[in-house]
Design a protein around this ligand. Structure first.
Ligand code: FMN
Length: 202
């Protein structure tokens, strides 16, 4: 038996949108390069706030938590985000310095998952991030409470949906300083499968 809400939820369209061309035979060696291409394409396609993402953390007991925040930067050191140390996420990251980020760019049927260890940025980087905030946003922050963290990814997944459900999934996995290249898997039943699985590395 399903509830009226369950029926209504089932009636809602999902996986709508138009995936752009995605040439899996010409993937960059690093996931950061592909991420930058995708987030810029999302912005160009009119996705509002493409830098908003869900950040998942876990507390000292391993209980998960998640919230939306803004990606601040991405470079060789990782995916950067900022918040207050006194927040729940701040306490969770102090107890358990690992996190995941999930981006979803609906009109393009694209999602990106980033996972890895978290470390706090230098005081200078944190100060620069705080200084770049509006005066209004800075006002509510207690001295010393602002922090900039980076996720040093060990796994980054790029997923692109398709109307015929032949979804494409590309997984980058870190292997020391390089990115590992794993075999390509084709689904046996494209209609029901999560899609073509492609593992890539440098
Ligand atoms: C679009 C959007 C962007 C947000 N950006 C941030 C952000 O960059 N940093 C932040 O600390 N909270 C941000 N928030 C608020 C968080 O979702 C969250 O409510 C807050 O950080 C407290 O989370 P916590 O209690 O899990 O620490 C944002 C919320 C939304 C909806």
């Amino acid at each position: 038996m399903t509830s009226a809400l369950g029926d209504w939820l089932r009636s809602q369209p999902s996986l709508t949108g138009s995936p752009p061309a995605f040439d899996v035979s010409a993937l960059p060696a690093s996931p950061a390069a592909l991420f930058e291409a995708w987030i810029r394409e999302a912005a160009a396609a009119g996705v509002p706030e493409p830098h908003a993402a869900t950040l998942a953390t876990a507390d000292a007991d391993g209980r998960p938590d998640a919230r939306t925040l803004i990606l601040k930067d991405l470079d060789d050191r990782g995916w950067a985000f900022a918040s207050t140390r006194s927040s729940a996420k701040g306490a969770q990251l102090a107890a358990n310095p690992a996190a995941a980020l999930d981006f979803w760019w609906q009109p393009l049927m694209r999602a990106v998952r980033v996972r890895g260890a978290v470390s706090e940025a230098t005081a200078a980087d944190t100060a620069a991030d705080l200084a770049a905030r509006s005066a209004e946003a800075r006002r509510g922050v207690a001295p010393g409470d602002w922090a900039l963290w980076r996720i040093e990814a060990d796994r980054v997944e790029f997923w692109q949906g398709a109307a015929d459900r032949r979804h494409v999934r590309v997984v980058y996995e870190r292997d020391g300083a390089a990115w590992r290249h794993s075999p390509l898997h084709h689904p046996e039943a494209p209609g029901d499968s999560p899609g073509m699985d492609l593992r890539v590395g440098g």
